[in-house]
Ligand binder design. Sequence first.
Ligand SMILES: [Zn+2]
Length: 399
Amino acid sequence: MTNVLRAKAAVDATSSISRPPSSALPAVLNLPLGVETFLDWPDRTVAVIADRIPQQTIAAVERFGLVARVLSPDAAPESAHEAGPCTFVLITTEALRHDPGRDLIRAFRSGSPYAPVILLARAAADRELTLVEAMRVGATDVIDPTNLTGLSEVMAYQLTIAGKQRERVLAIGAHPDDIEIGSAGALLNHRRRGDRISLLTLSRGSIGGRSLVRSQESLAAAADIGAQLLMADLLDTRIEEGIETIRLIESVVAALDPTIVYVHSRHDNHQDHRAVHVATLSATRGVPQIYAYQSPSATNEFTPTRFVPIDDVVAEKVQLLGLFGSQSERSYLEPDLIVAGARYWARHLAPRCRYAEPFEVLRSAADATSRTDPNTRVTATGPMASVTRLTAGAEGGRP
Ligand SMILES: [Zn+2]
């Protein structure tokens, strides 16, 4: 099922609040009254690239709460894009033997640069050749396919490391489409890294269109990002910056414990945007990183000092903003303007990138931004006596 279809199915089911997969849930998700879960976090998946895979191997993967997606090594690289980001890539030797299999692995690595690649290979005469090929596609571990304990150990180890590195992102906006216009590129980057993303939209946008339609558009966009979507129903154009809004955001922050928050800038002509900015600052006192994104209504005082390269996802951002069909007459949603804006802000990073999103830094803990590079995680020590650890760098840099 495509993301949009999943989103539509979720719209049909929004009369009752659906539950995210247990692996993605905090211990208790205690959302405040008036905040509805429109879409839960997507399943975390393992791409299995193999002609045949024993059921016991699939069962070993699924014991971690992960969903296995099995693809033939002959599948087109576009299949990786359709499958979306994954948590692991599990491959067999036949996936390495021919170009299509290797291209497919690379396509998954491109969409999920942080996903460890695990090779299932028996000890054999051609193993060294296989290992060279495995290193070329960024494999981090090699395990005998009969060694399910070894596979479980590697997965547990990698998940532990990933859990420590994973950011919990909360993006807050006043109306449907605000978050996406300002920060979809950064959010898509977070998704590629395997971070957990939640969107909180505080109104249904009834002044700017029909609220049901706008909610459905938000839902489709959240599905494309791979985010949880929470929606409140504050009065469009009359959102207050006072205690009611603060308490609502505080409760969501308490439930999600975010490490990064994105929100409106105070340099904005729209009163709702300014109110959400002020309320969020009060409600996120313990969050180490807070960044303000640019809205089309931002004033000339908007002074970003953080520029996030979005070269790898700018096309996806344009496509995603196209989901807000009810707002298509708004000039700020025209694709060439979106691209031109991103091109303009990239001048601060030239020549390192061509497209960027700008953010004002409201809070940034120096050590909160350091993450282990994907190329170093493979050399970390661990209880891996039964598996081969490769030290070759994974392909694809950090987004
Ligand atoms: Zn807005």
